[in-house]
Ligand binder design. Sequence first.
Ligand code: DQA
Length: 165
Amino acid sequence: RKILVINGPNLNILGKRQVNIYGNESLPQIINSLKNIAEKKEFIIKDFQSNIEGNIISFLNEEFLDSFSQADVKNSSVLSCAKLSKIAGIIINPAGYSHTSVAIRDALEVFSEENIPIFEVHLSNIFSREEFRHNSFVSPIATGVISGLGSFGYTAALHKIIELA
Ligand code: DQA
């Protein structure tokens, strides 16, 4: 099964961007170590990064339609769709869009309604920073939120998704 790892704006420059806040690992390094863990457990990581809100939404929409059209063929009931979905879970760092985007939350909510676990990850502790970072539109529909553990947040989320699968 597949695990989606989605990263929002400015995370493409991780490793160079405000290293005191976000660490010196690059996004490809983080994704590679997730892939190594997933592979051993026979999961596939599909990763996506974009600086453009609409592209993140389109990616989620396509994954949603793909996952459920497959499930529908086998069985039409919603409950079994969740079980048959090819997606075991979603790890997302919506970055700056966490604090602004109703639309990304809406695109994610369709997965949480199908009981697909969603983990929101922030490298930094958003609550120890500026007040505008304290609210995330995504958090209320997430299965869990990890903030301030650096790249280990992604690893922890991955282990949890594998455990839940
Ligand atoms: C971030 C925190 C956000 O507030 C910020 O806009 C980011 C990264 C984090 O990983 O700590 O771009 O999501």
